[in-house]
Design a protein around this ligand. Structure first.
Ligand SMILES: NC(=O)c1ccc[n+]([C@@H]2O[C@H](COP(=O)([O-])OP(=O)(O)OC[C@H]3O[C@@H](n4cnc5c(N)ncnc54)[C@H](O)[C@@H]3O)[C@@H](O)[C@H]2O)c1
Length: 346
């Protein structure tokens, strides 16, 4: 890429309501000289007219394979299955950690002469991700944990507005107020989790690195609700293991794990093996009178597509503005290239 690329925002074939860029941020990039094409979408939280009104061009849903060669396709979630060669694409490709189908996907990029700029790997010079859905992931996780605690979790969870979620969350009446602990409280997800608990009338106990130098498991499990929003970069000593769940002094009855990485060596809560889902948001870890339920949903911020998109887009826009040759993009290209040699071995 040399000059500013055309940004081509694709429809999310997974039915995702979030988008990588809001109409307001698209308008800003257009003012900075970008040409932006937006595909029509039945699932996106913003109607296509809002993009059109700020000067974006409109294309039919799923027409990105025919985008002009200079276009940089921008999306969030996985592509529809296929084997056609791919050109430059920005999205969560999930292909750099040996995931299922990763080699085939990377091969499609090499065949098409394209680069996969993985949103997970857009990092600054200290290695920090430049855009993430963290705050709203923490918010939703804590909100669902409170609702699960109160046995008020809606049967089927579908995207909603923050007002609607907060309305569910606000404590009515003078019932017992559960206690809540947020692990990783000083981080982005942690901040969201704390805010959601406060909406529910719960002032959270906030633990971060300082408070977990030596983990007091008794104190940890003395909270009705525990939210794990910790981010670890290497192998860890877990906060809890399976046997801790049977401690007679356990008060905790709902754990929400924002981290959601049961098979990772960075998992601070090796107490479950499968994530939970929108269709089945809680997993019973212990039953009976001392029940314990877990919530661990990937892409959990999808429940609030508007807030999640606005926050994400605000972080991504200044990074997009540095295309094509900003350091972040150069680093992302290097990351892509570094993951290609594994293809030679297959
Ligand atoms: N489920 C989802 O949809 C979803 C979405 C976004 C982020 N996440 C995950 O949420 C987690 C947090 O992400 P983030 O962006 O908020 O990270 P962050 O870097 O903003 O915050 C992480 C916090 O964890 C703290 N921490 C690290 N080690 C700790 C320890 N041993 N004890 C206590 N605190 C510790 C850090 O000091 C920091 O405050 C990550 O694992 C991320 O992958 C999940």
């Amino acid at each position: 890429m040399t000059g500013k690329p055309t940004l081509w925002i694709r429809h999310e074939s997974t039915g995702e309501g979030r988008a990588p860029l809001s109409p307001a941020d698209a308008a800003e990039l257009i003012r900075e000289g970008f040409r932006i094409v937006v595909e029509e979408s039945s699932s996106r939280v913003f109607p296509i007219g809002e993009y059109e009104a700020v000067g974006c061009l409109v294309a039919p849903a799923d027409s990105w394979p025919d985008a002009p060669p200079e276009a940089l396709v921008l999306g969030l979630k996985e592509l529809p299955a296929g084997d056609t060669p791919l050109r430059d694409h920005v999205y969560f490709g999930s292909a750099f950690a040996g995931q299922k189908g990763a080699d085939q996907l990377l091969r499609r990029f090499t065949e098409g002469g394209g680069v996969l700029y993985d949103l997970e790997h857009l990092v600054d010079d200290t290695g920090h991700r430049v855009a993430a859905f963290s705050y709203w992931a923490g918010y939703v996780a804590a909100a669902l944990a409170v609702l699960a605690y109160r046995q008020e979790l809606p049967r089927s969870l579908t995207p909603m507005s923050k007002d609607a979620l907060d309305e569910l969350l606000r404590q009515r009446g003078d019932w017992y107020r559960p206690s809540g602990l947020v692990l990783g409280a000083l981080g982005n997800s942690g901040a969201g989790a704390c805010d959601a608990l406060r909406v529910a009338g719960i002032e959270p106990t906030r633990w971060d690195r300082e408070e977990t130098r030596v983990v007091d498991k008794g104190e940890l499990l003395d909270h009705d609700i525990v939210i794990n929003a910790v981010k670890q970069r290497g192998p860890v000593v877990p906060f809890l293991t399976e046997t801790d769940l049977d401690r007679p002094d356990r008060r905790t009855s709902v754990i929400a794990d924002v981290t959601c990485a049961p098979s990772s060596d960075r998992n601070m809560l090796p107490i479950y093996h499968e994530r939970t889902t929108w269709a089945s948001p809680t997993l019973e870890l212990r039953g009976g009178s001392r029940s314990l339920r877990l919530i661990a949903i990937e892409n959990i911020a999808t429940l609030l597509p508007l807030e999640a998109t606005l926050a994400y887009s605000q972080q991504l826009r200044p990074v997009l503005a540095t295309l094509p040759n900003g350091d972040i993009w150069q680093r992302a290209r290097d990351t892509f290239t570094q993951h290609l040699p594994s293809l030679v071995a297959v």
